[in-house]
Design a protein around this ligand. Structure first.
Ligand code: ATP
Ligand code: ZN
Ligand code: MG
Length: 302
């Protein structure tokens, strides 16, 4: 019998995460949230005065924008939709009866105009496109969103609902590539200041099905996605805590995003998995932030 207490159990025992009965959906303690707040402050200090426009999204997005993004073509297995009861009184009586009997009461639920946001930058592109062509020099956004992915797991680092901070750069290919390159260096420096072992490696997204294999290989061959990895649950399989994505003109052509010169805009985003980074800190420095190394506490502004 495996007598080792899992990281998830230690997190529950310490009260940092609180079990809701569903894998990957956790409530967090004040201490856990304080770490995320401090880390977001560190991101801003590292980013410096970039003039990035700050936008914070709710956890759901416009279903039409989600449909337009092509998400269901690539990642149908991860998506979550919001359905609501839209029936009459008779339908309601049936629903109550189904619930009482323990039969499926969700059948009558109708798709609403909202889906759960799968990645922080998905709601951004159509909003920017609506504003017209980019200014010369392009655009930079500082965004955050709750994200949903249907990937239940007992790995505490693989949640179904989690927060993503991102910087998103839109503009000419060379400008967005330079932005991504700078953040790959800054990301290593930032995590280094928190005394965590990091590794950056090429990566791919989990494109669905047999056709997806080709897309995964293509993404890797073209170096479109890199991840910054930190061991959390396993040293052999470190966890992606940041990602650096170059979308080429995918979102630009999907949403008609134009540069000031009238070219289709290219885009890149740099994402921070906020819960994962907090978990990495707890894993490497212990479950009590008051006992973390002085240098780490200082970097976090404590
Ligand atoms: P993984 O390969 O581990 O599934 P990912 O490639 O799906 O990660 P991205 O889509 O690049 O990750 O998302 C950006 C960041 O969001 C990741 O670097 C990670 O820190 C965080 N993230 C992704 N999925 C989850 C999850 N299920 N739970 C918590 N954080 C996550
Ligand atoms: Zn993104
Ligand atoms: Mg994933």
């Amino acid at each position: 019998m495996d007598m080792q207490i899992s990281l998830l159990d230690r997190l529950f025992d310490s009260g940092l995460l609180i079990d809701t009965g569903v894998e990957g959906v956790y409530a967090r303690s004040g201490t856990f949230e304080d770490v995320i707040t401090a880390f977001e402050g560190l991101i801003d200090r590292f980013a410096g005065n970039t003039g990035a426009e700050v936008i914070r999204f709710p956890p759901g997005m416009n279903r039409a924008h989600f449909e337009g993004s092509g998400y269901m073509k690539n990642f149908p297995q991860l998506a979550g939709t919001v359905h609501s009861f839209c029936g009459c009184e008779l339908d309601h009586q049936n629903l109550i009866k189904c619930m009482a009997e323990g039969s499926d009461w969700t059948e009558g639920q109708k798709a609403s105009d909202i889906v759960l946001t799968p990645a922080a930058c998905y709601p951004l592109y159509p909003i920017v496109a609506r504003r017209g062509p980019l200014a010369s020099g392009g655009a930079l956004f500082n965004i955050q969103s709750y994200c949903f992915r249907h990937e239940p797991s007992n790995d505490p680092a693989r949640m179904q609902l989690f927060r993503m901070r991102e910087f998103v750069r839109l503009g000419r290919p060379e400008d967005v590539m330079a932005f991504r390159g700078e953040w790959m260096e800054k990301g290593k420096e930032l995590m280094g200041s928190l005394e965590m072992p990091v590794e950056v490696d090429v990566a791919n997204d989990p494109f669905f099905g047999r056709a997806g294999r080709l897309l995964k290989n293509n993404q890797r061959d073209q170096n479109l996605k890199f991840e910054l990895l930190i061991p959390i649950n396993s040293v052999a399989n470190p966890t992606a805590c940041m990602s650096f994505n170059y979308h080429q003109d995918h979102f630009g052509s999907t949403w008609g995003l134009k540069t000031a010169d009238g070219e289709t805009a290219h885009t890149a985003c740099v994402g921070f998995g906020l819960e994962r980074i907090a978990l990495a800190l707890f894993h490497h420095h212990g479950l009590d932030p008051k006992l973390w190394p002085a240098s780490v506490r200082k970097a976090l502004g404590h």
